[in-house]
Write a protein that binds this ligand. Sequence first.
Ligand code: PMP
Length: 405
Amino acid sequence: MFENICSQFPVLSRYVNDKPLVYLDNAATTQKPLCVINAIDSYYKELNSNVHRGVHTLSQLATETYENARKKVQLFIGAKHAHEVIFTKGTTESINLVANSFGKSFFKQGDEIILTCMEHHSNIVPWQLVSEQYGTVLKIVPVNTNGELEVDVYEKLFSEQTKIVAISHASNLLGTINPIKQMIDIAHTHHVPVLIDGAQGIKSCILNVEKLDCDFYCFSGHKVYAPMGIGVLYGKEKWLEQLPPYQGGGEMIEQVSFQKTTFNKLPFKFEAGTPNVEGAVGLAAAIDFMLDCGLENIIEHENKLLQYGHKKLQEIEGLKIIGNAKEKTALISFLLKNQHPYDAGILLDLMGIAVRTGHHCAQPLIDFLGIPGTIRVSFAIYNRLDDIDKLTEVLHKVNTMLNKK
Ligand code: PMP
């Protein structure tokens, strides 16, 4: 499947350190197909203009394009209304928006927020910042030795003070796909809303936020073939209507006077200032690209890479896979015996293989696991089994070289 797809990704044909690039850092960001690059190019060549306020033709065309992108996202994620889709810079901004606006409306001293041990810093720090402001307390769901959440402990964390649950759909370090539907249902029996950090999870499923019944879902375009600087906050209408604006500025207002300002309707209440129209155009093109490839096909292809990667990496002496959950997104974290991940990362780069090393912005999980970090490889539509063969071949060499030191 997808034999010729690499030709649609210009950057993949380049050399790095005189070796053909093998790009295995897709959980950090994916490469962009020509259709996305061309869509942005055409937008600037043909209809760039500021959106919403203009009566002139270009402004109306740009507005239509931007709002069509919103509708495309709505259908892609299965939201009931287009106005439940807020364009943001990415997952991080989406979570900060909810933490701040939700906090302002609902948090008081002693209230509790449930997070998990495997959260990315983007789904920890915003809650800590608002906790300093309102005196709220974080409660943490632990993980077991396979890297799966302890759902029975989660159930017991709820109390009268629990105000919101914020959990990742999939862990960017362990790869674990969390049982979010079950966790949402549990939270709802306590009348507690749930925010899902979908940065890694969105590509591992065919998302339907209505069926999932999550209250908020956040993701970044750049991890699903779209440009950087565009992302989405999905929120149920009933919540978005209740939350105050996150930022003030143009577009988010209805009427402004020095005495009082009233706010625009959804989704514009949460989109202060000139939006990232180019990003929305790119995201819409990326969605078309994924739909053309077939979401099931993409998931199947990435699962095949994941299974093959697990098998081949396990053959390497002294290699330990970190994260062995039953359900995983297409990434593998591992350690080589007696070696710092950073050293292996540098050597792999010299051979043209791009991987990520370090704490992956999940320091609490790294501390819990008692490891210095991991080497992480992550797959996308354009990766082939051959990339994994190259990786493992080099890892065998790296192992020998580093062990000789
Ligand atoms: N959550 C998770 C699970 C992630 O993997 C990432 C990106 N590494 C983020 C949040 C933050 O995404 P962004 O930097 O695109 O806002």
